[in-house]
Design a binder for this molecule. Sequence first.
Ligand code: ABU
Length: 358
Amino acid sequence: MKNSLSSVWSCNEWDPLEEVIVGSVEGAMVPEFDEAVRAITPDHAEPFFREYGGKPFPEEMIEKGTQELDGLAKVLTDLGVKVRRPDPIPFSVEYQTPWWKSRGLYAAMPRDVFMVFGDTIIEAPMAWRTRYFEHLAYRPLMNEYFEKGGRWLVAPKSAMAEGFYDVSYNPDEPIVNGEKRFVITENDIAFDAADFIRCGKDVFVQKSNVTNEKGIEWVRRHVGPEFTIHEVEFDDAHPMHIDTTIVPLAPGKILVNPEWVKKLPSIFDSWEVLVAPPPTKSEDKALYFSSDWLTINTLSIDEKRIIVEEQEQPLIDALTKWGFEPIPIPFRNFYPFGGSVHCATLDIRRKGTLESYF
Ligand code: ABU
Protein backbone atom coordinates (compact mmCIF):
# COMPACT_ATOMS: atom_id res chain seq x y z
CA MET A 1 0.00 0.00 0.00
CA LYS A 2 1.43 3.36 -1.04
CA ASN A 3 1.30 6.47 1.10
CA SER A 4 -0.62 9.63 0.40
CA LEU A 5 1.64 10.62 -2.52
CA SER A 6 -0.31 8.27 -4.81
CA SER A 7 -2.75 9.73 -7.41
CA VAL A 8 -5.46 7.73 -5.62
CA TRP A 9 -5.58 7.75 -1.84
CA SER A 10 -8.54 7.74 0.50
CA CYS A 11 -8.96 5.63 3.62
CA ASN A 12 -11.96 7.08 5.41
CA GLU A 13 -14.81 9.57 5.14
CA TRP A 14 -13.18 12.52 6.93
CA ASP A 15 -9.48 13.10 6.18
CA PRO A 16 -8.87 16.43 4.35
CA LEU A 17 -10.34 16.15 0.87
CA GLU A 18 -8.05 16.92 -2.09
CA GLU A 19 -9.71 15.45 -5.20
CA VAL A 20 -13.27 14.36 -5.85
CA ILE A 21 -15.47 13.21 -8.72
CA VAL A 22 -18.84 15.02 -8.93
CA GLY A 23 -21.55 13.19 -10.90
CA SER A 24 -23.67 14.44 -13.81
CA VAL A 25 -27.34 14.07 -14.74
CA GLU A 26 -26.71 14.79 -18.44
CA GLY A 27 -28.76 12.31 -20.48
CA ALA A 28 -30.24 10.69 -17.33
CA MET A 29 -32.88 8.04 -18.04
CA VAL A 30 -35.74 6.88 -15.82
CA PRO A 31 -35.49 3.11 -15.36
CA GLU A 32 -38.32 0.75 -16.25
CA PHE A 33 -40.38 -0.26 -13.21
CA ASP A 34 -38.93 -3.77 -13.03
CA GLU A 35 -38.56 -5.99 -9.95
CA ALA A 36 -35.17 -4.47 -9.02
CA VAL A 37 -36.57 -0.94 -9.01
CA ARG A 38 -39.88 -1.91 -7.39
CA ALA A 39 -37.94 -3.48 -4.48
CA ILE A 40 -36.61 -0.13 -3.27
CA THR A 41 -39.03 2.55 -4.47
CA PRO A 42 -41.57 4.20 -2.20
CA ASP A 43 -45.22 3.53 -3.14
CA HIS A 44 -45.83 7.13 -4.18
CA ALA A 45 -43.16 6.81 -6.91
CA GLU A 46 -44.95 4.18 -8.97
CA PRO A 47 -46.94 6.61 -11.18
CA PHE A 48 -43.71 8.46 -12.04
CA PHE A 49 -42.03 5.24 -13.18
CA ARG A 50 -45.13 4.10 -15.06
CA GLU A 51 -45.17 7.41 -16.98
CA TYR A 52 -41.44 7.89 -17.60
CA GLY A 53 -39.87 4.40 -17.31
CA GLY A 54 -37.48 3.81 -20.23
CA LYS A 55 -37.61 7.52 -21.19
CA PRO A 56 -35.33 10.46 -20.35
CA PHE A 57 -35.89 12.31 -17.07
CA PRO A 58 -37.99 15.43 -17.74
CA GLU A 59 -35.82 18.24 -19.10
CA GLU A 60 -36.67 20.62 -16.24
CA MET A 61 -35.45 18.10 -13.67
CA ILE A 62 -32.20 17.64 -15.58
CA GLU A 63 -31.64 21.41 -15.80
CA LYS A 64 -32.21 21.96 -12.10
CA GLY A 65 -30.17 18.90 -11.11
CA THR A 66 -27.32 20.10 -13.34
CA GLN A 67 -27.39 23.56 -11.76
CA GLU A 68 -27.07 22.05 -8.29
CA LEU A 69 -24.28 19.65 -9.29
CA ASP A 70 -22.38 22.54 -10.93
CA GLY A 71 -22.97 24.56 -7.74
CA LEU A 72 -21.54 21.70 -5.64
CA ALA A 73 -18.52 21.51 -7.97
CA LYS A 74 -17.95 25.26 -7.54
CA VAL A 75 -18.21 25.11 -3.75
CA LEU A 76 -15.67 22.28 -3.70
CA THR A 77 -13.32 24.12 -6.09
CA ASP A 78 -13.56 27.28 -3.96
CA LEU A 79 -12.59 25.15 -0.95
CA GLY A 80 -9.42 24.14 -2.79
CA VAL A 81 -10.57 20.65 -3.79
CA LYS A 82 -9.76 19.41 -7.32
CA VAL A 83 -13.06 18.48 -8.98
CA ARG A 84 -13.38 15.97 -11.81
CA ARG A 85 -16.52 15.13 -13.80
CA PRO A 86 -17.58 12.01 -15.74
CA ASP A 87 -18.14 11.91 -19.52
CA PRO A 88 -21.75 10.72 -19.72
CA ILE A 89 -22.28 7.94 -22.27
CA PRO A 90 -25.47 7.73 -24.41
CA PHE A 91 -27.71 6.22 -21.73
CA SER A 92 -30.75 6.21 -24.04
CA VAL A 93 -29.19 3.68 -26.44
CA GLU A 94 -30.64 0.21 -25.98
CA TYR A 95 -28.05 -2.53 -25.45
CA GLN A 96 -28.33 -6.25 -25.12
CA THR A 97 -26.58 -9.26 -23.66
CA PRO A 98 -27.41 -12.87 -24.64
CA TRP A 99 -30.26 -12.78 -22.09
CA TRP A 100 -31.84 -9.35 -21.87
CA LYS A 101 -32.07 -5.83 -23.24
CA SER A 102 -31.93 -2.55 -21.38
CA ARG A 103 -31.13 1.13 -21.60
CA GLY A 104 -28.77 2.92 -19.24
CA LEU A 105 -29.48 5.12 -16.21
CA TYR A 106 -27.07 8.02 -15.54
CA ALA A 107 -23.65 9.07 -14.25
CA ALA A 108 -25.14 10.97 -11.33
CA MET A 109 -23.86 8.81 -8.46
CA PRO A 110 -20.17 7.91 -8.71
CA ARG A 111 -20.39 6.67 -5.09
CA ASP A 112 -22.56 3.76 -6.20
CA VAL A 113 -20.10 2.53 -8.80
CA PHE A 114 -16.65 2.93 -7.24
CA MET A 115 -14.97 2.91 -3.85
CA VAL A 116 -11.44 3.75 -2.84
CA PHE A 117 -9.47 1.62 -0.41
CA GLY A 118 -6.12 3.36 0.09
CA ASP A 119 -4.49 3.53 -3.35
CA THR A 120 -6.97 1.16 -5.01
CA ILE A 121 -10.17 2.04 -6.84
CA ILE A 122 -12.65 -0.84 -6.75
CA GLU A 123 -15.18 -0.89 -9.59
CA ALA A 124 -18.46 -2.48 -8.47
CA PRO A 125 -20.34 -5.00 -10.64
CA MET A 126 -23.71 -3.30 -9.85
CA ALA A 127 -27.00 -5.18 -9.67
CA TRP A 128 -29.35 -3.34 -12.01
CA ARG A 129 -29.36 -4.05 -15.72
CA THR A 130 -29.67 -0.30 -16.34
CA ARG A 131 -26.31 0.17 -14.62
CA TYR A 132 -24.38 -2.54 -16.46
CA PHE A 133 -22.28 -0.09 -18.48
CA GLU A 134 -22.41 2.92 -16.15
CA HIS A 135 -18.70 2.56 -15.27
CA LEU A 136 -17.84 3.57 -18.85
CA ALA A 137 -18.84 7.18 -18.10
CA TYR A 138 -15.82 7.26 -15.78
CA ARG A 139 -13.46 5.34 -18.06
CA PRO A 140 -11.30 8.34 -19.10
CA LEU A 141 -10.85 9.27 -15.43
CA MET A 142 -10.06 5.69 -14.38
CA ASN A 143 -7.50 5.40 -17.17
CA GLU A 144 -5.90 8.63 -16.00
CA TYR A 145 -5.74 7.49 -12.36
CA PHE A 146 -4.27 4.19 -13.53
CA GLU A 147 -1.66 5.92 -15.69
CA LYS A 148 -0.66 8.05 -12.69
CA GLY A 149 -0.04 5.00 -10.51
CA GLY A 150 -3.41 4.23 -8.89
CA ARG A 151 -4.52 0.62 -8.65
CA TRP A 152 -7.81 -0.39 -10.27
CA LEU A 153 -9.64 -3.54 -9.31
CA VAL A 154 -12.74 -4.56 -11.27
CA ALA A 155 -15.23 -6.99 -9.75
CA PRO A 156 -16.73 -9.69 -11.99
CA LYS A 157 -20.07 -8.66 -13.43
CA SER A 158 -23.11 -10.79 -12.89
CA ALA A 159 -24.81 -12.02 -16.06
CA MET A 160 -28.00 -10.68 -14.40
CA ALA A 161 -29.80 -13.48 -16.24
CA GLU A 162 -32.69 -15.68 -15.11
CA GLY A 163 -32.34 -16.59 -11.45
CA PHE A 164 -30.38 -13.46 -10.52
CA TYR A 165 -33.54 -11.65 -9.42
CA ASP A 166 -35.89 -13.42 -7.05
CA VAL A 167 -39.19 -13.13 -8.89
CA SER A 168 -41.04 -14.23 -5.76
CA TYR A 169 -39.70 -11.24 -3.78
CA ASN A 170 -42.55 -9.12 -2.47
CA PRO A 171 -41.57 -5.58 -1.39
CA ASP A 172 -44.64 -5.51 0.88
CA GLU A 173 -43.27 -8.50 2.77
CA PRO A 174 -39.54 -7.83 3.04
CA ILE A 175 -39.22 -9.87 6.22
CA VAL A 176 -40.41 -13.47 6.16
CA ASN A 177 -40.25 -15.63 9.29
CA GLY A 178 -38.05 -13.02 10.93
CA GLU A 179 -35.55 -13.05 8.07
CA LYS A 180 -34.89 -10.14 5.75
CA ARG A 181 -35.38 -10.95 2.08
CA PHE A 182 -33.84 -9.26 -0.92
CA VAL A 183 -34.71 -9.00 -4.59
CA ILE A 184 -31.31 -10.32 -5.70
CA THR A 185 -30.26 -13.91 -5.10
CA GLU A 186 -26.83 -15.39 -4.43
CA ASN A 187 -26.44 -16.95 -7.86
CA ASP A 188 -23.72 -14.47 -8.90
CA ILE A 189 -21.48 -11.79 -7.41
CA ALA A 190 -23.24 -8.45 -6.88
CA PHE A 191 -22.59 -5.26 -4.97
CA ASP A 192 -22.95 -1.52 -5.28
CA ALA A 193 -20.01 0.37 -3.78
CA ALA A 194 -22.38 2.57 -1.76
CA ASP A 195 -23.23 -0.35 0.50
CA PHE A 196 -19.71 -0.01 1.95
CA ILE A 197 -18.51 2.76 4.27
CA ARG A 198 -14.90 3.22 5.35
CA CYS A 199 -13.29 3.91 8.71
CA GLY A 200 -9.63 3.23 7.88
CA LYS A 201 -8.70 -0.42 8.35
CA ASP A 202 -12.30 -1.24 9.28
CA VAL A 203 -14.93 -1.13 6.58
CA PHE A 204 -18.65 -1.67 7.15
CA VAL A 205 -21.01 -3.22 4.62
CA GLN A 206 -24.64 -4.25 4.56
CA LYS A 207 -26.39 -6.92 2.54
CA SER A 208 -29.08 -5.20 0.50
CA ASN A 209 -31.25 -5.31 -2.58
CA VAL A 210 -28.10 -4.65 -4.64
CA THR A 211 -25.37 -6.30 -2.53
CA ASN A 212 -25.25 -10.00 -1.79
CA GLU A 213 -23.12 -12.27 0.41
CA LYS A 214 -21.01 -13.34 -2.56
CA GLY A 215 -20.26 -9.71 -3.43
CA ILE A 216 -19.18 -8.98 0.14
CA GLU A 217 -16.96 -12.06 0.15
CA TRP A 218 -15.40 -11.02 -3.17
CA VAL A 219 -14.41 -7.66 -1.66
CA ARG A 220 -13.13 -9.31 1.53
CA ARG A 221 -10.85 -11.67 -0.43
CA HIS A 222 -9.52 -9.02 -2.79
CA VAL A 223 -8.75 -6.05 -0.55
CA GLY A 224 -6.19 -8.02 1.42
CA PRO A 225 -5.42 -8.48 5.10
CA GLU A 226 -4.95 -4.77 5.90
CA PHE A 227 -8.72 -4.30 5.83
CA THR A 228 -11.40 -5.94 7.96
CA ILE A 229 -14.79 -6.04 6.27
CA HIS A 230 -17.55 -6.05 8.90
CA GLU A 231 -20.97 -7.12 7.71
CA VAL A 232 -23.61 -5.16 9.61
CA GLU A 233 -27.41 -5.20 9.58
CA PHE A 234 -29.80 -2.40 10.44
CA ASP A 235 -33.56 -1.93 10.60
CA ASP A 236 -34.13 -0.70 7.06
CA ALA A 237 -36.58 -3.17 5.55
CA HIS A 238 -35.62 -2.22 1.96
CA PRO A 239 -31.90 -1.52 2.16
CA MET A 240 -29.94 -0.13 -0.78
CA HIS A 241 -26.80 1.86 0.10
CA ILE A 242 -25.56 2.34 3.65
CA ASP A 243 -24.86 6.09 3.47
CA THR A 244 -28.29 7.19 4.68
CA THR A 245 -28.03 4.85 7.68
CA ILE A 246 -24.60 5.44 9.24
CA VAL A 247 -22.15 8.22 8.37
CA PRO A 248 -18.78 8.31 10.15
CA LEU A 249 -17.80 12.00 10.48
CA ALA A 250 -14.49 11.94 12.36
CA PRO A 251 -12.40 9.51 14.39
CA GLY A 252 -14.72 8.32 17.16
CA LYS A 253 -17.82 10.16 15.85
CA ILE A 254 -20.64 8.60 13.88
CA LEU A 255 -23.90 10.12 12.68
CA VAL A 256 -26.81 7.67 12.69
CA ASN A 257 -30.32 7.50 11.33
CA PRO A 258 -32.36 6.61 14.45
CA GLU A 259 -35.20 5.08 12.44
CA TRP A 260 -32.98 2.31 11.08
CA VAL A 261 -30.26 2.10 13.74
CA LYS A 262 -31.78 0.77 16.93
CA LYS A 263 -28.41 -0.56 18.00
CA LEU A 264 -24.93 -0.05 16.61
CA PRO A 265 -22.51 -2.99 16.40
CA SER A 266 -20.48 -3.21 19.63
CA ILE A 267 -17.28 -2.20 17.81
CA PHE A 268 -18.66 1.36 18.01
CA ASP A 269 -19.09 1.22 21.82
CA SER A 270 -16.24 3.67 22.40
CA TRP A 271 -17.50 6.07 19.69
CA GLU A 272 -19.71 9.11 20.22
CA VAL A 273 -23.05 8.45 18.53
CA LEU A 274 -24.64 11.53 16.97
CA VAL A 275 -28.34 10.87 16.50
CA ALA A 276 -29.64 12.71 13.46
CA PRO A 277 -32.78 14.82 13.88
CA PRO A 278 -35.79 13.86 11.71
CA PRO A 279 -35.41 14.80 8.05
CA THR A 280 -37.18 17.83 6.68
CA LYS A 281 -40.03 16.90 4.39
CA SER A 282 -40.25 18.23 0.90
CA GLU A 283 -43.70 17.73 -0.53
CA ASP A 284 -42.93 19.25 -3.91
CA LYS A 285 -39.76 17.30 -4.66
CA ALA A 286 -40.72 13.64 -4.82
CA LEU A 287 -38.18 11.08 -3.65
CA TYR A 288 -38.57 8.48 -6.37
CA PHE A 289 -35.69 6.16 -5.49
CA SER A 290 -34.95 6.93 -1.90
CA SER A 291 -36.04 7.49 1.66
CA ASP A 292 -36.27 10.88 3.41
CA TRP A 293 -32.94 10.10 5.05
CA LEU A 294 -30.97 11.70 2.23
CA THR A 295 -30.67 14.30 5.02
CA ILE A 296 -27.55 12.60 6.39
CA ASN A 297 -26.05 11.81 2.98
CA THR A 298 -23.41 14.48 3.57
CA LEU A 299 -19.82 14.97 2.34
CA SER A 300 -17.01 15.75 4.76
CA ILE A 301 -14.30 18.16 3.62
CA ASP A 302 -12.33 17.30 6.76
CA GLU A 303 -13.05 16.40 10.40
CA LYS A 304 -14.96 19.67 10.96
CA ARG A 305 -16.43 20.91 7.69
CA ILE A 306 -19.37 19.04 6.20
CA ILE A 307 -21.43 19.83 3.10
CA VAL A 308 -25.13 19.57 3.93
CA GLU A 309 -28.33 20.31 1.96
CA GLU A 310 -29.39 23.84 2.92
CA GLN A 311 -33.00 23.02 3.82
CA GLU A 312 -31.94 20.39 6.37
CA GLN A 313 -31.88 23.05 9.12
CA PRO A 314 -32.40 20.65 12.08
CA LEU A 315 -29.30 18.71 10.99
CA ILE A 316 -27.33 21.93 10.38
CA ASP A 317 -28.20 23.09 13.92
CA ALA A 318 -27.33 19.71 15.44
CA LEU A 319 -23.97 19.53 13.65
CA THR A 320 -23.12 23.06 14.77
CA LYS A 321 -23.98 22.15 18.38
CA TRP A 322 -21.73 19.07 18.12
CA GLY A 323 -18.80 21.30 17.06
CA PHE A 324 -18.84 20.77 13.29
CA GLU A 325 -18.93 23.50 10.65
CA PRO A 326 -21.74 22.70 8.21
CA ILE A 327 -21.51 24.17 4.72
CA PRO A 328 -25.12 24.42 3.44
CA ILE A 329 -25.70 24.19 -0.30
CA PRO A 330 -28.89 23.95 -2.39
CA PHE A 331 -29.28 20.31 -3.47
CA ARG A 332 -33.00 19.62 -3.16
CA ASN A 333 -33.56 19.36 -6.91
CA PHE A 334 -31.00 16.57 -7.07
CA TYR A 335 -32.88 14.44 -4.50
CA PRO A 336 -35.35 12.98 -7.06
CA PHE A 337 -32.42 11.29 -8.82
CA GLY A 338 -31.99 9.16 -5.70
CA GLY A 339 -29.20 10.67 -3.63
CA SER A 340 -27.65 13.69 -2.02
CA VAL A 341 -24.11 15.00 -1.71
CA HIS A 342 -22.41 11.77 -0.61
CA CYS A 343 -23.99 9.74 -3.41
CA ALA A 344 -23.17 12.43 -5.99
CA THR A 345 -19.44 12.38 -5.20
CA LEU A 346 -16.50 10.02 -4.93
CA ASP A 347 -13.45 11.07 -2.96
CA ILE A 348 -10.38 10.04 -4.96
CA ARG A 349 -7.76 11.70 -2.76
CA ARG A 350 -7.77 12.56 0.89
CA LYS A 351 -4.71 13.30 2.99
CA GLY A 352 -3.86 10.98 5.85
CA THR A 353 -2.71 7.44 6.43
CA LEU A 354 -4.37 4.07 6.81
CA GLU A 355 -5.19 3.76 10.51
CA SER A 356 -7.26 1.75 12.92
CA TYR A 357 -9.87 3.79 14.83
CA PHE A 358 -11.18 0.99 17.06
N1 ABU B 1 -28.85 6.00 -2.76
C1 ABU B 1 -29.09 6.28 -1.39
C2 ABU B 1 -30.56 6.04 -1.04
C3 ABU B 1 -30.71 5.35 0.23
C4 ABU B 1 -32.07 5.61 0.85
O1 ABU B 1 -33.10 5.39 0.23
O2 ABU B 1 -32.14 6.07 2.00
